[in-house]
Design a protein around this ligand. Structure first.
Ligand code: HEM
Length: 180
């Protein structure tokens, strides 16, 4: 997993819970990297699982709720770090459609070792989009937070529902309905 995800996670944790708690979190997690991350480095995904589980225990919040909050935070970090992916995009659907067909493709070119999810995207109607999320890392709650913040970023309102796709392995469908 790329370092930018770890640095964003620790920055969010510090903003929400303070420097001291993050210090303890890193100490108690016994990480191979010792919690020293650079944005372009690559680290074992298990370090993220450890940090998430330990933060969950320390602040007494469910891991998925922390991951969803992190998704919202991460979207803002990504939009500031990679502004060129947002140029000329004016609606949430245009951005969401470009994640799998363009953004993550470019991320893979920059970082061949990136571990990215796959989205199958269907434009069901003018105001309805399905995003079928597939990933061995099962970070549905992260995707959910990213999608919510994307809607917010474009000043839109939407209802988002999730459904596990029984016939596909590790897949979740997000149905996003833009409200008028
Ligand atoms: C709403 C839009 C987006 C969604 C739903 C999304 C979804 C995700 C998810 C769920 C992951 C975690 C890995 C996994 O699940 O397997 C991920 C990783 C990542 N995404 Fe996106 N993404 C979005 C936008 C972006 C944007 C705008 C960028 C900017 C470059 C980006 C760059 C990355 C990077 C660098 C990773 C980490 C790869 C790694 O750790 O090796 N994503 N994305």
């Amino acid at each position: 997993m790329k370092g930018i995800i770890f640095t964003a996670f620790l920055d969010m944790s510090e903003e929400l819970y303070g420097y001291k708690l993050v210090d303890e979190l890193i100490e108690e997690s016994n990480l191979p990297s010792k919690g020293v991350y650079t944005a372009i480095g690559t680290y074992d995904f298990s370090e993220m699982e450890t940090l998430l589980m330990n933060l969950s225990r320390k602040v007494n919040a469910p891991p998925n709720s922390l991951l969803e909050t992190f998704g919202k935070y991460l979207f803002s970090v990504l939009s500031k770090t990679y502004p060129y992916f947002f140029a000329r995009i004016t609606t949430s659907f245009d951005l969401l459609i470009s994640v799998d067909s363009h953004i993550h493709v470019e991320v893979r070119k920059l970082y061949p070792d990136a571990e990215l999810p796959h989205f199958e995207v269907t434009r069901v109607a003018e105001n309805i989009l399905w995003m079928d999320y597939h990933s061995d890392r099962n970070m549905n709650a992260l995707a959910y937070g990213l999608i919510q913040q994307c809607i917010c970023h474009y000043g839109e309102k939407a209802t988002i529902s999730q459904q596990v796709l029984e016939d596909k392995q590790n897949a979740t469908r997000f149905e996003i309905v833009i409200e008028p």
